[in-house]
Design a protein around this ligand. Structure first.
Ligand code: ATP
Length: 318
């Protein structure tokens, strides 16, 4: 059975075919997305095929997503099809500062209806790693389903990782910061960006932000810094503690075409390297390489590298 379990939303990203506010965008390109789905597919490309639990509608968009997951090597045994609720849609637009904004069609859609226990204890047997994200925490019952999975994964002895994936548009019912704190408390490893932590009452350089995460309970905090790479901070409880409390890697020079999903590719790289018992410095170098390659084509799932492509990319860069 797979060593890694991933759970959370699979959705459609409609990427704008022109710049400017959403009201002026006439046509979009349909892409499979959802951060956990991106992580699952990226792991499959790295020969660390996970068990992936998600929920999509019994609708044509759901058909497309299930088909995409299967074609990209993710087994669909735990892809639930909701007979009533639709698949989540997210329309993306870029404002004047090229900042990405989302308009979500996610009211009681299929992924918000993931139920506690949807992945049984026997499905967690043998799992060394369980990864979830923040989007399913924004609504019930997927919120309780996500927390419940984190708790049971801990009890089963798996390493639990969490990515906040801040999407302010989604947080209408629950408090984002409070929810993140609760999730951090259930996680061993948190991967975040400085933007994910913007609403927190912490400031400072990336290393200070990482330590603010450790204060909430995880033993390992990873921050991604776009073109500047990433860093990892560990506390004493971490199995991967090095002599340094902070390990950094400055990333690679690429000409990015589309950074959507780069963070998810990074997460997959981290998980694949850590279940393989690589040291933290190698984990960051590997994950930055996976993420950098992913930015070189449009779409989160288009340019995902396999291990050989990562090796070749790193050789060419050195
Ligand atoms: P997204 O939300 O779009 O998936 P993110 O905001 O979560 O991405 P970033 O910090 O932007 O994550 O990027 C994740 C990783 O991708 C970085 O740590 C780095 O390894 C790689 N990366 C991103 N942008 C670039 C870039 N311009 N050049 C090289 N590598 C990049």
């Amino acid at each position: 059975s797979p060593r890694v379990v991933v759970a959370g939303e699979t959705l459609i990203d409609f990427l704008p075919n022109s710049e400017g506010p959403l009201s002026g965008v006439e046509s979009f390109t349909r892409r499979a997305g959802g951060a956990p789905a991106n992580v699952a597919v990226a792991l499959a490309h790295l020969d660390e095929t996970p068990r992936f639990w998600t929920r999509i509608g019994e609708d044509p968009f759901g058909d497309f997503l299930e088909d995409t997951l299967r074609k990209r090597g993710v087994p669909t045994d735990h892809v639930e099809r909701d007979p009533v609720a639709k698949t989540t849609l997210a329309f993306v637009a870029h404002d004047e500062d090229a900042e990405r904004g989302f308009s979500f069609y996610r009211d009681e859609t299929a992924d918000t209806r993931m139920q506690p226990g949807g992945l049984a204890d026997e499905d967690l047997e043998g799992a060394e790693w369980v990864h979830v994200g923040g989007v399913t925490l924004a609504d019930e019952p997927s919120r309780e389903a996500t927390f419940d999975l984190m708790r049971r994964a801990r009890e089963a002895g798996a390493t639990v990782s969490f990515d906040p994936n801040a999407r302010p548009e989604l947080w209408e019912t629950f408090d984002y910061v409070g929810s993140m704190r609760e999730a951090f408390g259930l996680a061993d490893v948190v991967k975040a960006t400085p933007e994910d932590l913007a609403a927190f009452d912490v400031s400072g350089d990336p290393s200070e932000l990482a330590h603010a995460i450790l204060d909430e309970g995880p033993h390992t905090a990873l921050l991604t810094l776009g073109g500047d790479g990433s860093l990892a901070a560990t506390s004493d409880g971490s199995p991967w503690t090095s002599d340094l409390s902070v390990v950094e890697h400055g990333g690679y020079e690429v000409t990015p075409v589309d950074t959507t999903g780069a963070g998810d590719a990074f997460t997959a790289g981290v998980i694949a390297a850590l279940v393989g018992d690589e040291p933290l410095s190698e984990v960051l170098a590997f994950a930055n390489a996976v993420a950098a390659v992913t930015t070189t084509a449009a779409g989160a799932m288009t340019a995902l590298p396999d291990r050989e492509a990562v090796r070749a990319f790193r050789e060419e860069q050195s």
